[in-house]
Design a protein around this ligand. Structure first.
Ligand SMILES: NC(=O)c1ccc[n+]([C@@H]2O[C@H](COP(=O)([O-])OP(=O)(O)OC[C@H]3O[C@@H](n4cnc5c(N)ncnc54)[C@H](OP(=O)(O)O)[C@@H]3O)[C@@H](O)[C@H]2O)c1
Length: 316
């Protein structure tokens, strides 16, 4: 039997990377072995991956040499940045550069780079439809990833540009679940008007990335997008009503209201939803559900995801 090809996974204890690690481990007879990269090999998350059979290795993106060692001998690498840990688009650009240099030096043959659109291609900085943030961004956590695509192109590393989607898990972890309105009824608020939002179970992003590594060279140099479903707020509220056993109504809020919520990153997310709304057709078209299912036949729709996760959604 040929030796397994190692896929090194940045963010392995997190949502996207974790999905990829578990997907590779679920295929013991598959072509790949997985190397989970973590800053702390003794954390609960890292120990769980090791117990499940992953090689676990310590590296920190702040320490380029450690990342270079972690990529050594790897056939592939999954590369993701951590915007919500630091809120800095500049740091995302720097981190992309660190990963690209490490991948190039280690001779990695295929990188899947977790990216998003640079929204400034659609909405110029002087466009008054939404505020410019941090001096030179419209949606900082999108724009920096899209800008960093060029870092990967310049590196010469064979790269697939993976456009991810809104995690439905945000309803659990990001306070985006239904809340009780003044009348005591549940409301699901989103600044999406009547437009469709591509969403996905975070776990499925990694499973789709696994499909990209499996198909390999066909995807090098290409941008591909993944989603589990494209749903309107009304459709999401109907699914939530069924899953929670209680009526949830959708409330379409203006992006300005969302930007004003005041939590860290509210302005970034308000702009993101406005972009998703204003360019919904194009944004959805870049994330075909059918294509995602071809990469990952077990792809979950929202109802399937809810059947396993609705109980974990905190109801405000
Ligand atoms: N939420 C959404 O809907 C959504 C949708 C699309 C894209 N995104 C993007 O997804 C990205 C985050 O991915 P995720 O959700 O998979 O992350 P996550 O679940 O927050 O996990 C990130 C993992 O990265 C590791 N990490 C953090 N800092 C590190 C460092 N300095 N060096 C090495 N590893 C480090 C951590 O592992 P250790 O602690 O084990 O080191 C952590 O478990 C963000 O950039 C965000 O913009 C989010």
């Amino acid at each position: 039997m040929p030796a397994k090809k190692v896929i090194a996974v940045v963010g392995a204890t997190g949502a996207q990377g974790g999905g990829l690690v578990r997907s590779i481990l679920a295929e013991p007879d598959g072509a790949f072995a997985v190397r989970a990269i973590t800053r702390d090999v003794l954390s609960d998350g890292a120990r769980a991956l090791a117990a499940a059979g992953a090689e676990v290795i310590a590296a920190d993106i702040e320490d380029a040499a450690s990342l270079r060692r972690a990529f050594d001998g790897a056939h592939g690498a999954y590369c993701v940045t951590f915007f919500w840990a630091h809120f800095s688009p500049e740091k995302e650009l720097t981190d992309a550069g660190t990963m690209a240099a490490a991948a190039r030096e280690a001779g990695v043959r295929h990188v899947v780079w977790s990216t998003l659109e640079d929204t400034r291609r659609w909405i110029k900085l002087d466009d008054p439809r939404m505020p410019t943030l941090m001096g030179r961004y419209k949606v900082p956590h999108f724009d920096a990833k899209g800008e960093a695509d060029q870092v990967w192109r310049d590196s010469g590393v064979p790269t697939t540009y993976l456009l991810t989607s809104f995690y439905w898990d945000n309803l659990i972890h990001f306070g985006m679940g239904p809340k009780r309105g003044a009348d005591g009824k549940l409301e699901f608020a989103l600044p999406m008007g009547d437009r469709r939002l591509p969403g996905i179970a975070a776990e499925d992003i990694g499973r789709c990335a696994h499909g990209i590594f499996r198909r390999g060279p066909e995807f090098v140099g290409r941008t591909v997008g993944v989603a589990g479903a494209h749903l309107t707020g009304v459709e999401m509220a109907a699914s939530l009503s069924r899953a929670l056993g209680e009526q949830v109504r959708y409330r379409a809020i203006p992006p300005d209201v969302y930007r004003g919520f005041g939590f860290p990153g509210a302005d970034d997310l308000g702009n993101m939803f406005q972009f998703n709304h204003d360019f919904s057709d194009e944004f959805c078209a870049a994330r075909s559900v059918e294509f995602s299912r071809s990469l990952n036949p077990a792809l979950q729709g929202f109802d399937t995801w809810l059947s396993a996760n609705a109980k974990r959604i905190p109801i405000g």
